[in-house]
Each structure stands twice: as C-alpha cells, then as structure tokens.
Write a protein that binds this ligand. Sequence first.
Ligand SMILES: [Mn+2]
Length: 253
Amino acid sequence: MKTFRQMATLDATARSPKVQEPTMETLRIRNLPPCPGRTFVLGDVHGCAVELRRMLELLEPETVDRILAVGDLVNRGPDSAGVLDIARKRNIQPVLGNHEDRLLQAWESGDATNLKERDRATFDQLTGDDFAWMAQWPHVFRLLELRALVVHGGFLPGIPLEKQPPADVLRVQVLDEEGRPRKRNECPDGRPWAEQWQGPGLVLYGHTPRPEPLVHPHAVGLDTGCVYGYQLTALRLPDRTVFKVPATRAYAE
Ligand SMILES: [Mn+2]
C-alpha cells in the first residue's frame, strides 16, 4: 500500500501537460503546516449559528489549536451570514462545500438566475467580503503530520489525489456499480465512497447527512444533519474525540 507521503510524490505526475485537461478546473489542495495544538474538524453547519456558538463553547479551543470545517457552512439554515461572521472571528478554516461553490459561481459570473430559491436568500444575505473569503477556500486540506485529509464530499477510490475532479470531490456520496460518483437519493443501491476508500490517510468529510457520525477504517463522516434537527458534530485530532451539539430544532426538511 502507498504511504501518505508517497501519495504526494506520485500525485506530481498529475501536473504533466499530457494528462492535464486544460479546460478542467484543478483540485485546490492546501497543505497545512503542522499544528502545535489540537485540530478540530467541524461537520456541515448550514447556517446553524446558535449550534456553532455552542459547539465552540464545548470545544474550548486554545490559541495553539486550529479549527477546520468540512464546508457547507451556509444555506438551508437560519443564519448563513452569522455563521460566516463567527467562522471568520474564530479563525475557522473551511474547505469548499457544494453550496458555497454554487453561490460563488453566481457571484463570480454576476448571473444569479441559476440559483435555487433557497440559495437566493443566502445570496442576498452575504457580502462581497463573504464571497471574497469563500473564493479562497480550497477543495482539500492535507494535514501531513496527522496523515489526514479534509474534504466536503469525498474521493473516488483508485484515482490519485490531484487528479480527483473537483466537482466530484464536492458532491460524491455513493458509487454506482461501475464506480461512478452519484447522489445517494439517485442511486439507492450505491455504496458509500468512504466504505471503499482504502487510504492512505484518514479522510474527514461531510455532505452525506446521517443522525450519527459514520466511522470507516479510513474515513469519518461528520455531517450529522444539524439543519435537519439532528446535531452538529466535531472531531478532535489526534485523539479522535467526538463532540456533539444537538440541534435546537429542525430548520429544513
Ligand atoms: Mn453538501
């Protein structure tokens, strides 16, 4: 099996112009420097500002710690602007989620006509500063010292990290019989990508809500559907302690 460091080396081949599709967006991977403290990874927040505040009280982060998030901080819930405000003030570092991606595309193109109705309310709430900040979020954080990756949707098994298509990385939930990425509700017989992920490293991901965090050998799903009335989850590394804050109520169906 490949080691985590070898993966980074092997992935360098993905930069070759022969294999790089020029029109395709490249996966933005950010290598984070080693953290002297603990690392907290937050599940999908989706505008649940009250629960995020409670979670930060529960975590009691110290200045040497860092807080990361699996993306989808906004949309669906009651206070997307409030969540971004808290996140910025508390130095939370998120990866991009599919909801931020969709809103950003509308903002960058100046064309909001493709937005769903519920996106529209968020779009109108957010400021230019919010969008400028979200535009800097990478698709993936790589935490070399923890041998961990943080991503919103997940990864396609068997494809080198840097060749993973960004659109799939943001959205994959299950894989169909031929291993193609699908949404869970469109492919009820599909198997979760995380079940088939063999490493290297531990992947912390969101996007597929379940009432409880889902622990696989090489991946942990942290979207516990706070916005649907379940709970907000955070994982602390390296000791893998799970923290949960129950949702005040269901904000969306
Ligand atoms: Mn999502």
